[in-house]
Structures are given as C-alpha cells and as structure tokens.
Ligand binder design. Structure first.
Ligand code: NAD
Length: 263
C-alpha cells in the first residue's frame, strides 16, 4: 500500500458510524469531532455550552452517509441530561452511537490545603461522575439494541497517573476515569464494546490557556518532544481507538504526552 492509499484508507475508517463526543464545543473535543467527521462518521457534538457546540457543528465536513451531524446541549454531571441526550440521539438516528468520546472536563485548581470542598466535588462531578454517566448510558443503549460493536473512549490525563501540584481534585478525578474505563472494558467486552482511555499531557487548548506562562514554560521544558501537544494529535489517537484498526485493544490507557513522564 502506498503512503497516499494508506491516508485514503485511514480517512474512510468511520464511514457509517455514529459518534457522540462530549465536550465537543472546545479544544480536544472539537478536534475529535472534526477528525471523526473527516473519517466519515456522523457526529453528535455535545457540550454544556450549546453555542460552542453549534460552532463546532458548522465547521464539520459533510458526512458521507447522509445522516448528518447534530449539536446538542448536555450537562454530563446530570443523569437526567445525559439520558435525554442519548434518547434524543436514538430518536433522530434510530440507533445509539457506536463510538463515544467522553471529553468534557473542567479544572478548579488550588493547593491541597486550601482547596474548597465544593471545588473538589465539582471537579469529581463533571470529570468522573460525568464520564460514568456517559459511558453507562451509551453502553446500556448499545447492549439493549444488540449493536454488533462499540468503541468508548474516555479522556483521562497523565496527571491522573503522576499527580500535579494544585490539582488534587483533577488528579483524583482522572485517576478515577482510568479505573472506570478498565472496569467498563472488562464488563463490556462480551457485548463487543471496547473501552479505552487516552491520557493527554500538556495540550494547547482553552483549558491550558488558564495556566500561568511560567508554569507552561517549565512543563514544556520537561517534554522530550520539546513542545505542547495540539488537540488534533489527541484526536488522531481517538480516531484510531474508535476504528477497527484497534480491534484487539481494550482496557488500555494511551499516553499522548510527547514523552512527558516516560517511565
Ligand atoms: P476545554 O476547556 O477546551 O474543553 C472542555 C469542554 O468541556 C468545553 O467545551 C466545556 O464547555 C465542556 N464541558 C465542561 N463541563 C461540562 C459539562 N458539565 N457537561 C458537558 N460539557 C462540559 O478543555 P480541553 O483541554 O479540550 O479538555 C478536554 C478534555 O481533555 C478534558 O477532559 C480535560 O480534562 C482533558 N485533558 C486536557 C489536557 C490539556 O492539556 N488541555 C490534558 C489532559 C487532559
């Protein structure tokens, strides 16, 4: 196969797949929506910020299956909201999403000794419980309809593995997301559903724009590749995990960090 035909094959990997992306209104989630749509999937862009989700929607390439993309508002921390989203998708497309990327997430940083209980709870609610609610609702819908296969991808963080100053809440939530994903992989394999977690390092998005320049400089100097990552580089890995190219991979955590914290 030539390099060109490899690219062409890769770009058609998700034709006729329906994908749900939470946090699709910004950063990594938006890049994932673009990449999945470019690979032929119909994409549901879901975000608590409906306007941002609409913006992502308008930038997506036309889907080849003709079912179209859609944008939806969702608060992943609310069971009711997540359930309404999945029901709404099934009403529109007559099937549940067979690809799901759970990318919605927040930070509320503070040193451990100064961290407000409500900020701890909020980050856990959105990042961990939100991932649980999304994974649960999508998995349940896939199992009930007898779908032949599914690929669920959660977005954790390298911080969940190694910790980070000022992020006790965030690190806890992301470590939880990894555990959730592994448990889900074990339970759902028999239904043909794979579950994997991506662990981004430092990626240029609105989330990291909040980090002081000095800290970014210090962190970047620790990255062997020598720069921050781009959202599209995380999306590349999500597209691989969504596709059948990763058919024998489940329960894995894939670091997308430019080599940060090797070993
Ligand atoms: P971002 O702030 O650009 O995007 C996050 C999106 O999630 C936003 O559109 C936001 O509106 C949405 N969101 C927040 N709360 C929500 C809720 N309750 N319900 C639905 N949507 C909600 O951030 P990003 O950097 O693109 O982060 C995406 C994911 O990647 C997050 O889970 C984040 O923790 C993870 N991550 C990011 C980095 C990084 O360096 N940027 C590193 C590791 C992991």
């Amino acid at each position: 196969m030539t390099a060109t035909s490899t690219v062409m094959a890769a770009s058609a990997r998700l034709v006729s797949r329906l994908a749900l992306v939470t946090g699709g209104g910004s950063g990594i989630g938006r890049a994932v929506c673009r990449r999945l749509a470019a690979e032929g999937a119909s994409v549901v862009v879901a975000d608590v910020n409906q306007e941002a989700a609409n913006e992502t929607l308008h930038g997506l390439s036309r889907d080849r299956r003709g079912q179209g993309h859609m944008a939806a508002g969702v608060d992943v921390a609310s069971r009711h909201s997540v359930r309404s989203l999945v029901t709404g998708i099934q009403c529109r497309y007559f099937q549940p999403p067979s690809v799901c990327v759970s990318a919605a997430g927040i930070t509320q940083d503070a040193f451990l000794v100064r961290m407000e209980e409500e900020h701890f709870d909020k980050v856990i609610q959105v990042n961990l419980k939100g991932s649980f609610l999304v994974v649960q609702a999508v998995a349940e819908a896939l199992v009930i309809c007898g779908a032949p296969k599914g690929s669920i991808i959660t977005v954790g963080s390298i911080v969940g593995k190694v910790g980070n100053i000022g992020q006790a809440n965030y690190a806890s939530s992301k470590a939880g997301v990894q555990g959730l994903t592994r448990a889900a992989a074990k339970e759902l394999s028999r239904f043909g559903i794979r579950c994997n977690c991506v662990l981004p390092g430092f990626i240029s998005t609105p989330m990291t724009e909040k980090v002081p320049e000095k800290v970014i400089g210090k962190m970047t100097s620790l990255v062997p590749v020598g720069r921050m990552g781009e959202p599209a580089e995380v999306a590349d890995v999500c597209a691989f995990l969504a596709s059948d190219d990763s058919a024998y991979i489940t329960g894995a955590s894939v670091e997308v960090t430019g080599g940060l914290f090797i070993g």
